[in-house]
Structures are given as structure tokens and as C-alpha cells.
Design a protein around this ligand. Structure first.
Ligand code: ZN
Length: 157
């Protein structure tokens, strides 16, 4: 039986992510990511396109923003007074900050604007609103164990 990507298989995936013709992420150094197919562990558009691929096969996959990180939400921008930050935080446009909300969740935000007294934080995912291109190779495939499926993550073998 040919092994192919299908639900409950552990997929080892090499990929290069290209956005607006720039390479933004790559696993090329022999460290594929691992995930369980069919469990929403990767973006939906990518998971769907991988279905049926065999070990060592290669594909270029185009994923529209709505099947990736969604549209950029203008309401996810927030102005914050500079004095709210401790002095050692560099408040430069482009900087990513990890912030804690009232429930102690860590939220990542990028500074997208600043003026004399405030900075504007954007809580959208940096890839929100972007169409993504993945160049993928299936490095390995094996069935997930019952325990892995129960836990919802891959165990080191
Ligand atoms: Zn576990």
C-alpha cells in the first residue's frame, strides 16, 4: 500500500514560505516540521492541498489569505500611551512586542505607527491579509499512534 498524506498520519514536511515574492520562512536545514494531518494543526488551505501526497513528492501550493491567516482586521489596532511601557522597551515602528492581557495570555503585537505620545499596536497576525505560496516536500509519513491522536500532538520517535 502506498503511503500518502491522509487523516491521522504524522507528516514530516519541508517547506519554504514565500510572501510577495520574498522567502519568509524555510525548513531547509534538515528540520522538517511534524504535525498530524486532519487535526487543524496547520493552516486549512495548506492541509487540504497536502492531502494525497506521497513521500518525497514536491508541490507548489498557493493559499489565499482567507484559507491562511484571514483578513487583516482594522479593529485589531490599538493606540497606547508610551508611558504605559517601561523605559527599556524600544518603541520603534516595526518592532514586535509580547504583551500580557488581563488573563495573562501572551499576545504578540507589532508597532505600526508612533507619534509624540502614543504608539499604535497591530494585533493582527503578521501574515493576515497575505496570500501565501508554499514550496513543499513530504519528508516522511507514518501513522499517528492512538496516544498522539488523543494528545493532539506528535511525540518524538
Ligand atoms: Zn503527548
Amino acid at each position: 500500500m502506498t503511503k500518502e498524506v491522509q487523516e491521522d498520519m504524522v507528516v514530516s514536511l519541508d517547506y519554504t514560505l514565500i510572501v510577495d515574492d520574498d522567502e519568509v520562512e524555510s525548513t531547509q536545514d534538515g528540520n522538517p516540521i511534524q504535525f498530524i494531518q486532519g487535526h487543524g494543526q496547520i493552516i486549512p488551505g495548506l492541509e487540504e492541498a497536502l492531502s494525497g501526497m506521497e513521500v518525497d513528492s514536491t508541490k507548489t501550493i498557493h493559499v489565499k489569505s482567507e484559507d491562511a491567516y484571514g483578513e487583516s482586521d482594522p479593529d485589531a489596532r490599538q493606540k497606547v500611551k508610551k508611558e504605559e511601557f517601561s523605559e527599556d522597551v524600544p518603541l520603534d515602528v516595526g518592532t514586535f512586542l509580547d504583551l500580557r492581557d488581563a488573563d495573562d495570555n501572551v499576545l504578540s503585537a507589532q508597532i505600526v505607527e508612533k507619534d509624540e505620545e502614543t504608539v499604535t499596536l497591530d494585533f493582527n497576525h503578521p501574515l493576515a491579509g497575505k496570500d501565501l505560496v508554499f514550496e513543499v516536500t513530504i519528508a516522511d509519513l507514518r501513522p499517528a499512534t492512538e496516544e498522539e491522536i488523543e494528545h493532539g500532538h506528535v511525540h518524538e520517535s
